[in-house]
Design a binder for this molecule. Structure first.
Ligand code: AN7
Length: 355
């Protein structure tokens, strides 16, 4: 059996890599695309597919771009990598830097990074610094440090990140045999919607697809600068991954929206939490709150402005639910603690079913 190719090798012809680019890999990409029968029944859409990006090595889509960015940093003999992050970029940068033998610094918005992401950055040995202020303030700081030559910036303003992330669009076209009618995706810093659109455009040129999907991007209501057309100074949402007020790839998101005939709209935290809970309970897929914004958006469109006859749609589930154990824990009452006897456990089950 031939070993599976790493992402860089699999898509080398479509990435900014050469034979000299190190074949860095942690097994990123090749994530599951699974049907969502409960959402199909609810919306009446023929085929709703979920791209489960939480299955990447560090539990989010960031690994696709990070492997390319860190490989290129190695190729260019960079001495260190640096990023600002709401958490997932930090976890991914820290992992690939560890693998590459490069020091990594991550700058985080204090108090708003989910526990699993913080745990990853620490475990992978990154230098972790929290700053007062939102992600946008942290990004401004690391841009300044990178300009001073401190390290290679691996935020999505680094074009290699977008190049790597576009491979998810290739995979969707390969698996479905063509592009879907519509793609639903959460939007924070707007790198991923930019990357997917580039990936779908290139898919037609590469022969992976004959057409391009309409792109529907979803921001949280309290952090919806692109929807409102103005920066948000103090973004707020339970979906901390997309708690961003001044997206770096704002223009890329507008291009994806306008060239595809799609839309960028907002969903409330309550809509996000409903989708978060239902994805886990009805589909068996545990995502982090930001990822559920894509499904909340699908539900909103299916009821409201409509899907204009779309019969095959894909929702991108960007990150694993294990990233944010505190939000999961907030869903339930206390877990029963009883003696280790059948009677006591039966009593607790009976009590739970009455509650
Ligand atoms: C789970 O890690 O911005 O619109 O610093 O972690 O490309 O920013 C994360 C973003 C969606 C939004 N879902 O993607 C970061 C960071 C999850 C995320 C997004 C993020 P972009």
């Amino acid at each position: 059996m031939t070993p599976a190719l790493c992402l860089i090798d699999r898509y080398a012809a479509h990435l900014p890599v050469t034979s000299r680019t190190p074949r860095l890999t942690l097994g990123e990409g090749g994530t599951p695309l699974v049907r969502a029968p409960s959402l199909e029944r609810e919306t009446g859409i023929d085929a709703v597919w979920l791209k489960v990006e939480g299955a990447n090595p560090t539990g989010s889509f960031k690994d696709r771009g990070m492997v390319v960015a860190v490989a290129k940093a190695l190729e260019e003999r960079s001495g260190a990598v640096l990023c600002a992050s709401t958490g997932n970029t930090a976890a991914s940068a820290a992992a690939y830097a560890a693998r590459a033998g490069l020091p990594c610094t991550v700058v985080l918005p204090a108090g708003y990074v989910a526990l699993g992401k913080l745990a990853q950055a620490i475990a992978f040995g990154a230098t972790v610094v929290s700053v007062r202020g939102p992600f946008d303030a942290a990004l401004a700081v690391v841009k300044e440090l990178a300009a001073q030559g401190e390290a290679t910036l691996v935020n999505s303003v680094n074009p290699h990140r977008i190049e790597g992330q576009k491979t998810a669009a290739f995979e969707i076209c390969e698996t479905l045999g063509d592009a879907p009618d519509a793609l639903f995706i959460p939007v924070g810093n707007a790198g991923n919607i930019t990357a997917y659109w580039q990936g779908f455009v290139e898919s037609v040129a590469a022969g992976f697809a004959t057409r391009r999907p309409r792109m529907y991007g979803w921001q949280a209501e309290g952090a919806a600068p692109i929807v409102r057309g103005v920066r948000v100074a103090e973004p707020e949402t339970i979906a901390t991954a997309i708690r961003i007020g001044a997206p770096a790839s704002w223009q890329g998101a507008l291009r994806a929206r306008d060239e595809s005939g799609g839309a960028i709209e907002a969903v409330s935290d309550a809509e996000i939490m409903d989708a978060y809970r239902d994805l886990a309970r009805r589909e068996g897929i545990f995502v982090e709150p930001a990822s559920a914004a894509s499904v909340a958006g699908l539900r909103k469109r299916a009821q409201g402005a409509g899907l204009r006859g779309a019969s095959t749609v894909v929702c991108v589930l960007t990150g694993s639910g294990l990233k944010d154990p505190d939000t999961a824990r907030s869903l339930t009452r206390d877990v029963a603690l009883v003696d280790a006897t059948a009677d006591a456990v039966m009593g607790a089950i009976a009590h739970a079913s009455r509650a």
